[in-house]
Design a protein around this ligand. Structure first.
Ligand SMILES: Nc1ncnc2c1ncn2[C@@H]1O[C@H](COP(=O)(O)OP(=O)(O)OP(=O)(O)O)[C@@H](O)[C@H]1O
Length: 316
């Protein structure tokens, strides 16, 4: 597939701060690519570089052109901070942005897409933060762009609204729109993205499909056991056992082995409370990769297993 968006060895410094440190990336036509990474990792700087709103060293292209040369109608960009005229209503705002294009979409359908029909006549300044964000997302859709670049599109939007926006973006992607988004919500990246790029300290530390990243960096399933016993081994059980804030954690436990662990607890007369089985997910990948990058930079990278993973409570 053709690349819609390319970055090669992109670098950006702000004084002493290296915001981007040699990022190379290509996003194919119709692909959804999610950029994740800690605060200050360089996501917004990369988005700004790719959309031509900040100068960088290295090469950047959209549709095989320099970002500045791309026809506006092909591109929808949602900056991280966006302050449209506050006294206009959501409908007037979208109407205003639609007026910038020769062949805009019907505004009512855009309002409907972003769940703003009922509040369409409220002034922007009187909308809630989430409604403002929805309106801003709507503004990026009025020209029916081929490429959408969204910097934290769902920040401030409530869970139901976020899911509605995910469905909207999934529909756009299914229709062939290429999407680059940044997010701090790993569930969002995991659900929407064909590929995820993990940016840490201005470098792309890992890139791949959510499934591949979880397989490579997510670690194994494990069972957390609430207990006062500080045992590090259980007779008859050949698994690693480590301390955990609320008890112990047994490593590398598949779903079918949970019963074996419970049997071992009983056999060893260990009093225990709740059991939580954790499968690795993109959040584990994020924490592992950013920990590695912090450790590489000499910052203590230890983290508690309690901070990681998807939990399934296991009935006793
Ligand atoms: N205009 C600027 N002037 C000086 N430093 C800047 C500027 N823009 C960004 N930086 C610095 O560059 C680094 C990367 O910032 P950037 O906003 O790209 O991070 P980010 O990953 O988008 O963070 P967040 O998740 O908090 O939005 C940070 O250290 C930031 O302080």
């Amino acid at each position: 597939m053709d690349a819609v968006l390319r970055a090669e060895d992109v670098r950006r410094e702000y004084g002493e701060t290296v915001a981007l440190d040699g990022v190379s990336l290509s996003v194919a036509a119709g692909e959804v690519f999610a950029l994740v990474g800690p605060n200050g990792a360089g996501k917004t700087t990369l988005v700004r570089a790719l959309t031509g709103t900040t100068a960088v060293d290295g090469a950047v292209s959209l549709f095989d052109s320099s970002p500045d040369a791309v026809e506006n109608a092909r591109l929808g960009v949602l900056p991280q901070s966006f302050s449209p005229p506050a006294r206009l209503s959501a409908r007037e705002l979208l109407d205003y942005y639609a007026g910038l294009y020769d062949d805009p979409r019907d505004i009512e359908s855009v309002l409907d897409d972003v769940g703003m029909t009922d509040s369409a006549d409220t002034r922007y300044e009187d909308l809630s933060g989430g409604q403002q964000r929805r309106t801003c997302v709507g503004a990026t859709l009025v020209n029916d762009p081929d490429l959408l670049v969204l910097d934290e599109p769902t920040t401030g939007i409530d869970p139901a609204g976020r899911r509605a926006l995910w469905r909207l973006l999934e529909g756009l992607a299914a229709g062939g729109t290429t999407i680059l988004l940044t997010t701090h919500y790993m569930a969002e990246a995991e659900r929407l993205a064909d590929r995820v790029g993990l940016l840490a300290d201005g470098q792309l530390a890992a890139v791949g499909s959510p499934t591949d990243l979880v397989a490579e960096y997510g670690g194994r399933s494990r069972l957390e056991i609430e207990t006062d016993a500080d045992t590090t081994s259980l007779d008859g059980l050949d698994h690693t056992i480590d301390p955990h804030p609320t008890g112990i954690v047994v490593g590398d436990v598949s779903a079918t082995e949970i019963g074996t662990v419970v049997d071992a607890l009983e056999r060893n007369a260990i009093d225990y409370g709740e059991l939580a089985w954790r499968q690795p997910d993109l959040e584990d990948v994020y924490l592992t990769v950013t920990d590695e990058s912090r450790s590489r930079d000499g910052i203590d990278g230890d983290r508690s297993l309690a901070e990681t993973g998807r939990t399934t409570e296991v009935a006793q």
